[in-house]
Write a protein that binds this ligand. Structure first.
Ligand code: LLP
Length: 426
C-alpha cells in the first residue's frame, strides 16, 4: 500500500503533484511519501504487538536522515553495517540502546565508535571478529553485548546476490561452531556479554517457509545455549521480507508476524527485526525526464535523464520496476487509467554502458521528449546505492508530507563532484 496515485490523469505523491516537484527541484529526483513510510512501520509493528519486540530499521535500504528520523520518531531502532551508518543514525536521533550492528567486516575504529556510542549489540559474523570486539572493549573498559549471526544453511529462494544464509555465503557462523563460540566467549572473553542470537538469510523473500526453517535452527541454538547456562534475551530475525515490484505475492507483515509468533511461542525472548525494503521500497519513486526517443530496426529506445548511477537495481540484478507516466503524455490521447501498451521500448539512461537500463522490451505509453516518467518502488536500495559514475551529480531527494514537500537532500553540484580531490605534488 502506498500513496502515489493519479488524480485527473496527473500523478501525485500524497497531495502534491509530481510535476510540480519536478519543476521546482529538477530531475532526476527521488520522491518519498511520509505517510507511506509511517504506514509501513505501523503495519510491521502491529504484526508483533502481542509479543515483546524491537524493530531496527535496516539503514542500508535508505539512509537519508529524514527517512531515518521518520522511523525513529515512530519508535524504531536501527540496524547498521558501518561507522557511516552509525553516524547518520545518531544524527537522525537514534537511541543507541536500539542499535544493532551487523556485517562481516567491521573495522577496529568502527567497533570502537560503536562501543563508545553504547549500542545494544554487535551481530558477530566470525570467531576472529568476536575476539577483536573483546579486545577493543577491554581497552575501553566496556562490556560489549553480542549475538552471533548464525548461518543456518537455508535457501531463501531469492536472487543469488542477496541470498545470505547458505554455507557457501560469506555471512555468519555455522550452527555447531556458533555454539562453541558462545561457550568459548563465556569462559574466556570477559569483556563480552552474550545477549542474543541473530540470523538473516537474505532479501526480497516472497515465501515464509525459509524464515520458519531458519527459525527452527535458531531456536535449537537458543535451547542448547540454555543447557550450557547461557541465557540470551534477544532473537534477531534479520530483515528480508519481500515486496511487490511486479506480480510477486509477498506475504503481508501480519502474515509473517503470525507465522513468527507461532514459531517462537514460549521461547521467552524479545524478537528483533531488521526490515529494510518492506519499510521503504514502495514508499519512494525515481522521477526522470525523457530526453530523446529513437526507433531502431530492432528496438525502440526511450532515453531518460536518470541512469544506472541513480538506480542500479535493474542493471545489477535485472530487477523489474514499474514505469508510470507523470502527466498527459505527448499530446496523444492517454486513457484515464493510463493503460500501458502503446509501444514496446527499452528505457535507458545516458551512461556509456549497455547495462544502463531501467526496462527492457517494456510495453509502455508513447513517451516523447520532455515527458516525465516515474520509476516505481525505488525507495529501497535506490539512492543508497547510487554513485557518481560518469561524473553525474547524485539526484535530489524529496519528502512529501500531505500537501507539502521538502528537499531532504540537495542535488549534488559539479563542485561536489571534485570535493576532496587535488592535483598530485610535482
Ligand atoms: N539485515 C541484514 C544483516 C542485511 O544484510 C539486510 C540486507 C537487511 C537486514 C535488510 O534486508 P531487507 O529487509 O531490506 O530485505 N541491494 C539489494 C538488497 C541487498 C540487501 C542486503 N542486506 C537490492 O537492491 O535488492
Amino acid at each position: 500500500m502506498h500513496f502515489f496515485t493519479y488524480k485527473k490523469n496527473k500523478f501525485y505523491a500524497e497531495a502534491v503533484s509530481i510535476e510540480k516537484i519536478a519543476k521546482e527541484v529538477g530531475t532526476p529526483c527521488y520522491i518519498y511519501s511520509h505517510k507511506t513510510l509511517t504506514r509501513h512501520y505501523a503495519a510491521f509493528d502491529e504484526a508483533f504487538e502481542t509479543v515483546p519486540h524491537l524493530i531496527c530499521y535496516s539503514v542500508k535500504a535508505n539512509s537519508n536522515i529524514s527517512v531515518l528520523n521518520t522511523f525513529i520518531k515512530a519508535g524504531s531502532g536501527v540496524d547498521i553495517v558501518s561507522g557511516g551508518e552509525l553516524f547518520r543514525s545518531l544524527k537522525a536521533g537514534a537511541n543507541p540502546k536500539k542499535i544493532v550492528y551487523s556485517g562481516v567486516g567491521k573495522r577496529e575504529d568502527e567497533i570502537e565508535y560503536a562501543l563508545k556510542a553504547g549500542i545494544l549489540m554487535f551481530n558477530v559474523e566470525s570467531p576472529e571478529e568476536l575476539r577483536a570486539i573483546n579486545k577493543i572493549a577491554g581497552r575501553l573498559k566496556k562490556k560489549a553485548g553480542f549475538a552471533i549471526r548464525v548461518n543456518p544453511n537455508v535457501d531463501p529462494k531469492t536472487h543469488p546476490y542477496v541470498s545470505t544464509g547458505l554455507k557457501k555465503n560469506k555471512f555468519g557462523i555455522e550452527t555447531e561452531q556458533a555454539i562453541k563460540e558462545y561457550v568459548y566467549a563465556k569462559n574466556n572473553l570477559k569483556n563480552l556479554t552474550p545477549i542474543g542470537v541473530d540470523c538473516h538469510i537474505g532479501s526480497q523473500l516472497t515465501q515464509l517457509s525459509p524464515f520458519i526453517d531458519a527459525l527452527k535452527k535458531t531456536k535449537e541454538i537458543i535451547t542448547t545455549l540454555g543447557s550450557e547456562g547461557i541465557e540470551v534475551k534477544y532473537l534477531d530475525m534479520g530483515g528480508g521480507l519481500g515486496i511487490t515490484y511486479k506480480d510477486e505475492n509477498a506475504p503481508h507483515p501480519s502474515k509473517y508476524g503470525k507465522a513468527v509468533i507461532d514459531a517462537t511461542k514460549r521461547l521467552g525472548v524479545t524478537l528483533i527485526f531488521e526490515p529494510g525494503r518492506v519499510m521503504v521500497g514502495n514508499a519512494g519513486i525515481l522521477v526522470t525526464k525523457v530526453l530523446y526517443t529513437k526507433q531502431g530496426t530492432e528496438k525502440n529506445f526511450i532515453i531518460v535523464d536518470a541512469a544506472m548511477n541513480d538506480l542500479a537495481r535493474p542493471s545489477l540484478y535485472g530487477s523489474y520496476h514499474a514505469i508510470k507516466a507523470v502527466g498527459k503524455n505527448s499530446g496523444k490521447h492517454v486513457p484515464a487509467d493510463f493503460k500501458q501498451g502503446e509501444i514496446t521500448a527499452d528505457v535507458v539512461g545516458p551512461i556509456c554502458e549497455s547495462g544502463d537500463f531501467f526496462a527492457k522490451d517494456r510495453e509502455l505509453l508513447y513517451f516523447k521528449s520532455g515527458d516525465l516518467m516515474a520509476i516505481m518502488s525505488a525507495g529501497a536500495y535506490g539512492f543508497s546505492m547510487s554513485s557518481n559514475y560518469n561524473s553525474r551529480p547524485r539526484a535530489a531527494e524529496v519528502m512529501v508530507k500531505g500537501n507539502k514537500f521538502s528537499v531532504i537532500r540537495e542535488r549534488e553540484s559539479y563542485k561536489d563532484l571534485i570535493k576532496g580531490e587535488d592535483l598530485a605534488k610535482s
